[in-house]
Design a protein around this ligand. Structure first.
Ligand code: AMP
Ligand code: ZN
Length: 142
């Protein structure tokens, strides 16, 4: 179990040193309202232990996180009458991660809410998918 990071805002929230609007808590995870909601009910769910990225989090703790995500998302979306939701997990600053404590955004979604409208899908040039796939297989270590 990693020790709490003294300069981590989410560790401080977990430790009760910074207040939050607590949505859900069990021994392994904490969920609280995002301070800058992109929609009503926007919540972040974190493992209580400090890990920066998804790939650094032990599977047993990730399992606790995933187990909580569904029921918490269901309660939130029911509460705000949202028919849909996104689960987002930013890993690394280039991916938009600002707080370096692993967290999952639960974002309630409604018709025409204007969120996340960009999805710049493209196509692989001939042969490129095979090249990428080969490189991935060389790096796979599970
Ligand atoms: P990310 O860009 O994925 O690192 O998102 C971090 C999220 O944490 C942002 O949506 C912030 O609004 C949220 N956040 C930062 N500080 C707090 C806080 N004290 N309480 C609740 N949410 C916070
Ligand atoms: Zn932390």
């Amino acid at each position: 179990m990693p020790t709490e990071q003294t300069n981590c805002i989410f560790c401080k929230i977990v430790a009760g040193q910074i207040p939050c609007y607590k949505v859900f808590e069990n021994p392994a995870v904490l969920a609280f309202l995002d301070i800058g909601p992109v929609s009503e009910g926007h919540t972040v769910l974190v493992p209580k232990a400090h890990y920066e990225r998804l790939d650094q989090c032990p599977p047993a703790i990730l399992a606790e996180v995933i187990a909580a995500l569904g029921p918490v998302a269901k309660a939130i979306t029911a509460a705000v009458s949202a028919p849909a939701y996104n689960i987002l997990c930013n890993n690394g600053s280039q991916a938009g991660q600002v707080v370096k404590h692993l967290h999952f955004h639960i974002v309630p979604r409604k018709d025409n809410d204007g969120l996340f409208t960009q999805w710049p899908a493209s196509k692989y040039a001939p042969g490129r998918a095979e090249e990428i796939l080969q490189k991935i297989k060389e790096k796979m270590n599970i």
